[in-house]
Ligand binder design. Structure first.
Ligand code: SF4
Length: 333
């Protein structure tokens, strides 16, 4: 049964996709995401699994048709499988973005719980480089996780790679080959080098989607498709493979006019736009009303009202970026 969508903002955009961050913790320490020594949020500031479920269920009642669990690393949260099993029963497509490390043991359970699609981050196929980027020696575990996911029967698996010049731009074609060999999709994501976070010993530079696409195209001629997922990727196909190549270009292409999403941080802050601070505190609301039914009604009203806060567009611009981007593990990417 499809529920009529009640979340439409004042610019007429239909918000049918929600990203829920379920933890700020992670078993990796990627140089562009976290500091090596991290202080994570105290437990009482983080939404409980029950609270996250209530938020997800309220969005589903308002017609949202896709929920994505993010982190941190969502699969390291204690008890996460029980939450996934409950969310998997809602009338939504449930998807997860993961670093892959827990998939060797969890892939089958995720499929059984109703997770149809999964995005796995993979920036390099070089174990040494992987260790430098993530500060953890878990390359083999991640590859084993990807292979476990391939066997588990997800409807679609997509790899996500962030390419920076001087970091991994020499691996673009190798990553495409890795995806082709396994019949996976792969998306390349434009990102700013956040050199402030770590002690880089080499120059890393922004690499646009157009540049990455040219590298792939030189090896595998690409044809643009009109295929759309709920995300902002532009997809291309190769003549001789089922794998799709996606490009997510927040910097070089402005996709705000088609924005269909909001985010909820692990602290229960509803973020209406990643590039702006417009937000609403759902945690306070959840904890202010002990009666479950009343709380559910309050939550629905708040989510509908929040649509008026969604700004028309983000203000990413390369020169000012560091003022806007927070540690990504806190916002859920
Ligand atoms: S980028 Fe992802 S895998 Fe890496 S530290 Fe951040 S949350 Fe963990």
């Amino acid at each position: 049964m499809t529920v009529p969508l009640k979340l439409i903002d004042k610019f007429g955009r239909h918000i049918d996709y929600v990203r829920l961050s379920v933890t700020d913790r992670c078993d990796f320490r990627c140089v562009y995401c976290m500091a090596e020594e991290m202080t994570f949020l105290p437990r009482d500031q983080v939404l409980s699994l029950e609270e996250i479920y209530e938020v997800g269920a309220a969005f589903a009642r308002l017609g949202v048709n896709k929920l994505r669990l993010t982190g941190g690393e969502p699969l390291v949260r204690k008890g996460i499988l029980s939450l996934i099993q409950r969310l998997g029963k809602l009338d939504v497509e449930l998807v997860i973005t993961t670093n892959g490390s827990q998939l060797p043991t969890m892939a089958d359970d995720l499929v059984a719980a109703g997770v149809k699609r999964i995005n796995i981050s993979l920036d390099t196929l070089n174990p040494e480089r992987f260790k430098e980027l993530t500060r953890k020696d878990k390359f083999d575990q991640v590859i084993a996780g990807i292979d476990a996911a391939c066997k588990a029967g997800f409807k679609r698996i997509k790899l996500n790679a962030v390419i920076l010049k001087g970091r991994n731009d020499d691996e673009v074609v190798a990553l495409v080959d890795f995806a082709r060999d396994r019949g996976l999709d792969i998306s390349f994501i434009e990102e700013m080098p956040l050199g402030v976070i770590s002690e880089h010993d080499r120059e890393e530079a922004y690499c646009s989607s157009d540049e990455v696409r040219a590298m792939v195209h030189a090896r595998y001629p690409l044809t643009k498709t009109e295929e759309q997922t709920a995300g902002p990727s532009t997809y291309y196909r190769m003549a001789d493979s089922e794998s799709r190549i996606g490009f997510i270009s927040p910097h070089s292409h402005n996709f705000c006019s088609e924005c269909n999403r909001v985010r909820v941080t692990v602290e229960g802050r509803l973020l209406l736009c990643l590039g702006n601070e417009h937000s609403m505190d759902l945690r306070e609301l959840l904890r202010s009303e002990p009666d479950e039914e009343k709380r559910a009604a309050m939550l629905e009203k708040a989510l509908i009202d929040s649509m008026d806060l969604k700004p028309e567009k983000h203000h990413f611009d390369l020169a000012n970026e560091p003022q806007i981007l927070r540690f990504m593990n806190a916002t859920g990417g």
